[in-house]
Unconditional design. Structure first.
Length: 173
């Protein structure tokens, strides 16, 4: 994402900040913590949108960011809810998953996460967030952690198999 200082508006820069924040937060809510199935898409996207909204609020004016978020909800998402395309944030069935990347999933999903945040409070919400991230990270790291524990407890020579086609695939440390 690029912006030219001679033509970009403040909104352009805020949009760039928002998109970069959103994609960065997907490193956690999407890459490290994945969906069990497509019906969890609103959880993943809603949480990511909520986090990018909070990020933008921390960097800028919380009140202005909230007003802009509500304008998006009222102007675009409410219109979607009033149309034939209306659907819940987590439907019971979907005919075509590509039609599910909607403002309802992203923006309304973020508002549901915001309500949970409000009900739990910041401290409890952060604890819940940490638990959400901790379990998959520990499961993913378990084989590497176990191997590391074995290595640090023994004196040994480790054989590494080369992933590239070299003359000798085994290297000794």
């Amino acid at each position: 994402m690029l912006a030219r200082t001679d033509t970009a508006t403040d909104k352009d820069y805020l949009d760039i900040e928002r998109v970069i924040g959103h994609e960065y937060f997907h490193n956690w809510t999407g890459n490290r913590v994945t969906c069990r199935d497509w019906f969890q898409l609103s959880l993943k996207e809603g949480l990511t949108v909520f986090r990018d909204q909070e990020f933008s609020s921390d960097l800028g004016s919380r009140a202005v960011n909230r007003i802009n978020n509500v304008r998006t909800m009222r102007g675009l998402q409410f219109a979607e809810d009033a149309s034939p395309m209306a659907h819940p944030i987590r439907p019971d069935m979907v005919i075509e998953m590509n039609n599910f990347y909607t403002l309802t999933v992203y923006e309304k999903g973020a508002e549901v996460i915001r309500m949970i945040h409000t009900l739990l409070g910041e401290e409890n919400f952060q604890k819940r967030d940490a638990a959400l991230f901790r379990a998959p990270m520990m499961a993913a790291r378990q084989p590497a952690t176990t191997l590391f524990r074995r290595w640090k407890m023994r004196r040994m020579s480790i054989s590494l198999i080369s992933a590239v086609g070299t003359a000798s695939p085994v290297r000794r440390l």
